[in-house]
Design a protein around this ligand. Structure first.
Ligand code: PEP
Ligand code: MN
Length: 345
């Protein structure tokens, strides 16, 4: 931590800060320039969280040296983390290919989509049973019935499953059926929910909030990690833009940015990022080329009948073409798509 004083800071104000810092058990390195004095704080800077030094008269700025997300930071763990989801590896050269409908709608439909995405090479099956809908009158998901269907179809096709959990009170129930929790964009800063999934030992797919910075995303990951759950996969799913031509603004730079700041794997979700099937393949490939550890895509066998997000779903055939392009790109990059342990039906 570096403390920068204003040019007008008095000697008493500087001494007051020195005493505050030393009183917390830290050492100071005082450097007096022609115009300004600065203090380098030596020791565990987290102790300074108890002292809002920018509020002290004479202090102009306090600059942390370490990021506030300790466990998520690259400094804490220079090697990329590999998250294991029931045998499927994500990160460290292993790509996730997560596919499935926005919502679980019925067993028959989930079965058809599960068969198709497995045949196309997906290694994780997605489907929402609890849907965070903007309108309370929209389809809210099948609840536990949806979880059962997802679990059953995942088993049938040998695919681990990922599904959204929206509320701390649902964690225990969802935990019984899923291999990976999804925290949706709208709940990225639901801190009680993050704490609750952090207390499980199940992998978490943490989606970036639509108005969240990368720092916010990493601090949300920190909530989960600090509860003792190390298995967090970040997801870039677009942020709010100004152009209604796309649903969100796909922030591809967030991928290498997260890689430079954190050891956690990150996947891209071009379905929610663009909201338009025509734009999904290019953005999926751009994400992987930018270093993403996988892709998360919504697939539906009859988008016009979908109960949610039908207008952004890829048809199974379109997903199969995209999956084959991702495989070729992965090969070029020296990465692999981790194969599920379960045998396909
Ligand atoms: C979803 O995955 O269906 C979803 C609701 O995503 P997001 O939270 O990114 O909007
Ligand atoms: Mn969706």
């Amino acid at each position: 931590m570096i403390i920068i004083f204003s040019p007008q800071a008095s000697e008493e104000q500087i001494q007051h800060v020195v005493e505050r810092v030393e009183g917390l058990g830290l050492r100071v390195h005082l450097s007096r320039g022609t115009y300004r004095t600065i203090i380098g704080v030596i020791g565990d800077e987290s102790l300074l969280q108890a002292a809002p030094l920018e509020a002290v008269p004479g202090v102009e700025r306090v600059v942390p040296v370490l990021p506030p997300y300790k466990l998520a930071s690259i400094e804490a763990h220079p090697e990329p983390s590999v998250v294991d989801v029931a045998g499927v590896k994500i990160g460290g050269g292993h790509l996730a290919l997560i596919a499935g409908p926005c919502a679980v709608e019925s067993y028959e439909r989930m079965d058809r989509i599960g068969a198709a995405v497995r045949a196309a090479g997906a290694n994780l099956l997605r489907g929402g049973a609890f849907k965070p809908r903007t309108s309370p009158y929209s389809f809210q998901g099948l609840g536990e019935e949806g979880l059962k269907i997802l679990r059953e179809v995942g088993r049938k096709y040998g695919l681990p499953v990922v599904t959204e959990v929206m509320d701390p009170r649902q964690v225990e129930l969802v935990d019984r059926y899923t291999d990976m929790f999804q925290i949706g964009a709208r709940n990225m800063q639901n801190f009680n929910l993050l704490t609750e999934v952090g207390q499980t030992r199940k992998a978490v797919l943490l989606k970036r909030g639509m108005s969240a910075t990368v720092k916010d995303l990493l601090l949300s990951a920190e909530y989960i990690l600090s509860e003792g759950n190390p298995s967090v996969v970040l997801c870039e799913r677009g942020v709010r833009g100004f152009d209604p031509a796309v649903r969100n603004l796909f922030d591809v730079a967030a991928v290498p940015l997260c890689k430079s700041l954190s050891h956690l794997p990150i996947v891209v979700d071009p379905s929610h990022a663009t909201g338009r099937p025509q734009l999904i393949p290019a953005c999926a490939l751009a994400g992987v080329a930018a270093g993403a550890d996988g892709v998360h895509v919504e697939v539906h066998d009859c988008p016009e009948q979908a109960l949610s997000d039908g207008d952004q779903a890829l048809l199974p055939q379109q997903f199969a073409e995209l999956a084959s392009q991702i495989r070729r790109l992965a090969e070029l990059l020296g990465k692999q798509i981790s194969q599920p342990l379960g045998a396909p039906a």
